[in-house]
Design a protein around this ligand. Structure first.
Ligand SMILES: NC(=O)c1ccc[n+]([C@@H]2O[C@H](COP(=O)([O-])OP(=O)(O)OC[C@H]3O[C@@H](n4cnc5c(N)ncnc54)[C@H](OP(=O)(O)O)[C@@H]3O)[C@@H](O)[C@H]2O)c1
Length: 259
């Protein structure tokens, strides 16, 4: 089965292409770096020739409100139109758990617009909403840092490993379209502030995490369950502590190689 992964050079896309190939599929990773641009349309028609499934794991280079909306709307419209012309039978897109609760942010308004375009099109689809990736926890701390202090709300948080995200997408992409939304999440629930503290400590980052119920997540006011999936979400297997050990070991090795 030919599966085209748009955003195939990104964090999730590159893992997904590798997993699909290991399972014997013809997986094509497509992105501006490989001459395929879903915003301008460059290279799309050629890339989609003979494809059964298209997986969209792109992300916008800019998260500024107008730019990110334009990115996801234009890219999704182009993909769906080219898929129609190429006879693609399954459009799979990666979105975010709780998107409709996070609309204070332009990024999530753009993700909702992307989902709505997919639902309104005639192409059979599966929308996968994932919780935050483990790999993103450090970035959340950066985004919430003021000098040496990181202020985060103690809300529930159920992140998952990017590897597990790619595995779940691969399984859904190679099955029949669900014509609906599937939620995926991590195997454990934490408090956001506590997890960021553990991540920073393991990386010997001296910044202090302050638990503050009024602190914002990525500029958005969140409450206890804003970020966690509903019952019935499909859960990944990788535990945060195991991933963190691997991740810090890898970071130390890379630092040694650079020295
Ligand atoms: N971060 C989280 O915790 C989280 C949680 C749930 C869902 N998600 C969603 O997961 C998706 C993928 O995230 P990621 O972290 O894997 O992204 P990423 O590593 O930033 O990769 C983005 C990919 O999009 C490609 N791209 C950018 N502009 C493009 C264009 N015009 N045409 C085609 N491809 C283009 C990039 O290609 P180049 O390399 O060529 O630039 C790259 O392959 C996003 O939609 C995000 O909303 C993220």
């Amino acid at each position: 089965m030919k599966i085209v992964v748009i955003g195939g050079t990104g964090l999730i896309g590159s893992k997904l292409v590798k997993k699909l190939r290991e399972h014997g599929h013809e997986a094509v990773g497509a992105s501006p770096n490989t001459g395929v641009n879903s915003v301008t349309g460059e290279g799309l028609a050629d890339a989609l020739k003979g494809a059964s499934v298209v997986v969209d794991v792109t992300n916008s280079p800019s998260w500024e409100d107008a730019a990110v909306l334009k990115f996801f709307e234009t890219s999704t419209r182009n993909l769906l139109a080219n898929e129609g012309a190429a006879g693609v039978g399954h459009h799979v897109a990666l979105s975010v758990v709780g998107t409709e609760r996070l609309l204070e942010s332009g990024f999530f308004r753009a993700k909702l617009a992307q989902e709505n375009l997919i639902k309104a099109s005639s192409i059979p689809y599966s929308i996968i909403r994932a919780t935050q990736f483990f790999e993103f926890v450090n970035k959340i701390a950066d985004l919430s840092a003021e000098g040496n202090k990181v202020r985060l709300p103690p809300v529930l948080f159920q992140p998952m490993a990017a590897d597990d995200v790619a595995g779940a997408i691969g399984r859904i992409a190679t099955n029949a379209p669900v014509n609906g939304t599937v939620e995926i999440g991590g195997p454990e629930q934490f408090r956001l502030d506590e997890l960021a503290r553990r991540d920073l400590a393991a990386r010997k980052d001296p910044r202090e995490v302050i638990s503050d119920p009024n602190a914002r997540y990525y500029g958005i006011q969140v409450s206890e369950r804003t970020l966690v999936p509903n019952d019935g979400a499909r859960l990944g297997e990788t535990r945060f502590e195991d991933w963190l050990k691997q991740s810090t070991k890898q970071a130390a090795k890379s630092a040694l190689q650079r020295a």
